[in-house]
Design a protein around this ligand. Structure first.
Ligand code: ACM
Ligand code: ZN
Length: 443
């Protein structure tokens, strides 16, 4: 509900009273008031007469509404009262205020708003082309402005490993560096890595301190960073750094981890131990997509594993790995989320599915009582051209105008409630094979 737009003097100094938030959340909310372009003076109480002057009153109390991230804003030409169940809700209220301030059009009256989905995500791929911490912070800022709350960081892939791991240092001293700067030159060239410090080497990785800094920066904006550690496919860079873990020990590059060798599990578990120490996210993304599975058919270790575990197909072999990793993470209080290929060979009991090849995987998972994030490529892969392809920078192909992205409904009215109740939300993915420069990323 909105009243008529009225002029609003945003240049005054507002009395800011924040009630019901602890010191950390109050600081976050103050920062959002500032970012909205409003001057303020923090006060410890607000009197009746203050409501006649310029005021911002933020009141957080759990009984105020049903929705965790919802808010109500009551505005008049003097000021704003915000009521929310949680600090995140109040933060979103301030994003709406910011929109009004920037538009210069002040809606007086009552606004009540809450998100339809608890998961509102974006994926940033820093494997194909590495990005700086400052760049990532800028994207987090943009996400916060539009009330998105999950940043899925694609940290590992064939083109480079991007997170410091102390127990396996060659992941970043070697598998994070290459000489052709652009992915295309590398992918269609020799696909080799070089030692860190090599002249002309391009790439990089997040140190643990940098990753923690990003986690905190995102948390200050009510965004959770979900790290993705790909397995067993899309792992060429892992095997380039640790070739002894290849199935066949052949010198050719291999993309899938060997599931027959215990050393693979020792490595992935040690990596995950370090990952969960950095990222407090309940969800850890374990990839699971596009494994070739061919090497497993030739590998003695993989074949032995299949015999010993009674696995009848390589799909079941992948599923065996995902089950084991799920158990490992569940025992440490975390949940796995993976691309929809983790359905093949049998879904791990507590897994959440990210449906990318379309919606079918997500629907199958939801029907089986698993949580789902919808990210079908036809609507959510925003690395496609957004206008007439000849007018756009080089991209992976396709055609995806903004209108089509916005038209996507992950849980339309035609979906039965038995299924839609498992749809956590939606995610847009910006893969970066063809996105070399920052401007293109932001385009
Ligand atoms: C994916 O696009 N392979 C998840
Ligand atoms: Zn193997």
């Amino acid at each position: 509900q909105c009243g008529v737009p009225e002029p609003f003097d945003a240049t005054r100094t507002f009395k800011l009273y924040i009630k019901g938030a602890d010191a950390a959340d109050a600081t976050r909310l103050e920062a959002a008031v500032s970012a909205a372009g409003l001057e303020y003076e923090r006060v410890n109480r607000i009197a009746k007469r203050d409501f006649k002057g310029a005021f911002i009153f933020i009141n957080i109390f759990p009984e105020s509404m049903e929705y965790d991230e919802g808010y109500a804003i009551w505005t008049d030409p003097n000021g704003v009262s915000i009521t929310a169940k949680t600090p995140a809700g109040a933060y979103y209220a301030l994003q709406s205020i910011r929109q009004m301030v920037e538009a210069g059009e002040w809606q007086t009256g009552l606004i009540v708003d809450y998100p339809r989905f608890e998961y509102r995500g974006a994926l940033i791929d820093i494997s194909r082309h590495f990005r700086t911490v400052d760049f990532l912070k800028r994207q987090i800022d943009m996400m916060a402005r539009v009330k998105m709350n999950r940043l899925h960081l694609h940290l590992t892939d064939a083109a480079g490993w991007r997170l410091e791991i102390e127990s396996y240092p060659r992941l970043t001293s070697y598998a994070a560096w290459r000489t052709p700067h652009d992915w295309k030159g590398w992918w269609y060239g020799d696909r080799q890595f070089v030692e860190e410090g090599t002249e002309g080497a391009s790439g990089g990785y997040l140190t643990k301190a940098e990753a923690r800094e990003l986690v905190a920066y995102a948390a200050d904006r009510y965004i959770t960073i979900i790290p993705e550690i790909e397995m067993p496919g899309h792992s060429d860079e892992v095997l380039a750094a640790y070739p002894e873990l290849r199935c066949t020990h052949a010198p050719e590059r291999q993309g899938d981890l060997c599931i027959g060798k215990e050393a693979t599990f020792e490595m992935m578990q040690a990596i995950l131990d370090e990952v969960i120490e950095i990222f407090p996210s309940e969800y850890i993304h374990i990839g699971g997509d596009e494994a070739g599975k061919g090497d497993w058919k030739e590998c003695e270790d993989c074949q032995r594993r299949m015999r010993e575990e009674g696995l009848e197909s390589v799909d079941e072999l992948q599923s065996y790995m995902i089950h084991r990793i799920e158990e490992y993470l569940n025992a440490r209080g975390r949940q796995i989320i993976g691309w929809d290929e983790i359905l093949e060979g049998g879904l791990a009991p507590n897994a959440t599915v990210m449906s990318w090849r379309g919606e079918e995987g997500g629907l199958m998972a939801a029907e089986a009582g698993h949580k789902v994030v919808m990210s079908p490529h036809g609507y959510c892969y925003i690395d496609a051209p957004q206008d007439a392809p000849y007018s756009q920078p080089e991209s992976i192909g396709g055609y995806l105008p903004l209108e089509k992205v916005y038209s996507y409904d992950p849980a339309p009215a035609t979906m039965s409630e038995d299924v839609s109740k498992y749809i956590l939300g939606v995610q847009a993915n910006l893969w970066a094979e063809f996105i070399v420069e920052d401007w293109h990323y932001e385009h």
